[in-house]
Design a protein around this ligand. Sequence first.
Ligand SMILES: [Zn+2]
Length: 375
Amino acid sequence: MPGSIRVGSLLGIPFYINVSWLAIFALVTFYLASEWFPMAHPRWPLELHLLSATVTSLLFFVSIVLHELAHSVVALRLGLPVRSITLFILGGVAQIAREAPHPSGELVMAAAGPLASFALSALFAALWAATRELGDPVQSIAAWLAIQNLILAIFNMLPGFPMDGGRVLRALLWWATGSGRRATAIAVALGRTMALAFIAGGITILVLNRNGAFLGAQIAIVGWFLHMAANGSVRQVRLRDALASYTAGDLMSTGPLSVPMETPVQQVVAEYLTPEALQRGMAVVAGTELRGLVSLHDLNRVPKHQRQSVQVRYAMTPVSQLAMVHPLTPALTVLEEMDARNVNELPVVSGGVLRGIVTRLHLLRPLETKRRFSW
Ligand SMILES: [Zn+2]
């Protein structure tokens, strides 16, 4: 997500805070300090309102992170890589690199988040009950957090994809019908309908009730976001479907540009640099054997006065440090490998010989030919 700052890691998963989160954190804290706590305790001094609001707000976002962590822990147990957890304006999101391989995995992974929120709600309710004698401010904080975590759990269990509830529904349909594709189609259709209902409902509140303008806008924005998310997941599922029957060898471009490893850097710059090579880099070979890849960036690092004498093999990224795929590697695995390593192309190698290069653009090609298929 653009505008995200890494602030640490949780169970080895990089944890990010998006700048947009500061807005929602400020808003929630402001609401608590100016409405919730003053209404419940009009006699408290301003500082106590502010302090309680900040603590409550922070604990609320910790609760959201715990919800995402619950999804992530199950994902890791299933062997699915979790790329990041990010707090942003609409809550939290865990980026899980792959879909669960079977419906039961999907079911547990999707349900884990709302279950964590239910558990937190129960925990804060117990704290509320236990501190009845102690009194405030702990009790008020616990009460608000118990209610919010309950709302969070229920809201996330709404049965529209890609919300948790929609994923649970999809897993159940997948299990019942045996078809992941049909299950997705139904869950996504429900998700879109729900999103549109949110937008319509939000606008209706906005128009009809002047006091509910803020709530109306909020509901409409959430609906709009859900609609985008539903469309995004359809695109992803389509891409995965389209790629399912291909391998790296089917999609790669063959005859990539290669240069013998003894060639001086100066000569590589003068003779080999084509627009394609500038974009993707060149294979450095010994005969037909791949020894490394060299990019314009690598070449530029060689000082100008040394380019006549230094051979390209000393400027390249050696094979030992390269991610490579085999011609028979499934296209879906290639895509996941690119995502995991944050690269846009991978050399396709078999028997130590470079067979081609596969890029993200190549991976989109099967999608083009299937464009007429729609849900
Ligand atoms: Zn969730």
